[in-house]
Design a protein around this ligand. Structure first.
Ligand code: ARG
Length: 269
């Protein structure tokens, strides 16, 4: 079943087992682990490739081992399961502006306050906002206001594991996954899925491409009609990673667009 336990240290083999089933827990705190993870040979998220420096300027790595995106210059949109609760919180570091987390040009900013989705109880509503101590002068990522573009091919990106039980990554990886409709996704997950709150994506037949542990909270996005990036999902959960017949499940951003805006207003952003 889903587990909300936070991994404080990286336990590779043990972690792989613990993370095997339906899991929403964030990956290890990469920022706390100074050893660079070699990304040799296969550069995979799961099934991905390295993103170029500056390709996704809104991408944020969070110190508890999650991803996020700049919603405003001082508010990061992430997953509810990546944070403990709402309230003042100066314990999180957001790293932005780099594809390589070891890049000396990395911008590191502390959190000031967290807003976890009101009513979040582990099923659906998997979004949260993190107010930063300082604004970061980088492009933000627009969020979908309606479901018009909740279809087609989506881009996923993150510093999470490159396979089930795999290591957190030093370099940002990206991949493309097709939309999967609710009825099809419900066949895979039954009542685990909350269709109104969640949008699925992945290669159903073959598997092989997916987000994974440590990618949680990061954005799933596509281009809108004007060619601008638009966030349609937030990495939430899946059974294992990249398994055939087990798509990735993402918070459906359009469902929460108004709540996210209200939350950001409350945080003074
Ligand atoms: N819950 C995971 C995290 O905390 C993300 C899992 C995504 N899984 C998937 N198969 N798409 O990082």
């Amino acid at each position: 079943m889903r587990s909300y336990r936070k991994l404080v240290t990286r336990s590779t083999a043990v972690g792989a087992v613990a993370l095997a089933a339906f899991s929403l827990q964030p990956g290890s705190a990469f920022a706390g682990a100074p050893t660079p993870q070699p990304v040799g040979g296969h550069t995979k998220v799961v099934g991905g490739t390295k993103a170029a420096q500056g390709e996704f300027p809104f991408m944020v790595r969070l110190s508890m081992g999650c991803g996020g995106a700049l919603y405003t210059k001082d508010i990061v949109l992430t997953a509810a399961h990546c944070v403990d609760k709402s309230g003042p919180d100066t314990s999180i570091t957001a790293t932005a502006g780099v594809a390589d987390l070891q890049d000396s040009k990395a911008i590191n900013v502390k959190s000031k306050e967290v807003l976890q989705a009101p009513g979040y109880n582990g099923k659906g509503k998997d979004w949260a906002l993190i107010k930063l101590d300082k604004a970061i002068d980088l492009p933000t990522l627009k969020i979908a206001q309606d479901d018009k573009l909740n279809n087609g091919d989506f881009t996923i990106a993150g510093w999470g594991a490159d396979k089930e039980g795999g290591d957190q990554q030093r370099y940002l990886l990206k991949a493309t996954v097709p939309f999967i409709d609710d009825a099809t996704c419900q066949k895979a997950y039954g009542d685990q899925l909350t269709p109104g709150d969640e949008i699925c994506a992945g290669k159903l037949d073959t598997g092989g491409v997916d987000t994974c542990q440590g990618d949680s909270g990061g954005p799933m996005f596509r281009k809108d009609d004007s060619g601008a990036f638009l966030q349609v999902g937030i990495v939430s959960w899946g059974e294992g990673c990249a398994r055939p017949g087990k798509p990735g499940v993402y918070s459906e951003v359009s469902t929460f667009a108004k709540d996210i805006k209200a939350g950001a207003d409350k945080l003074g952003g």
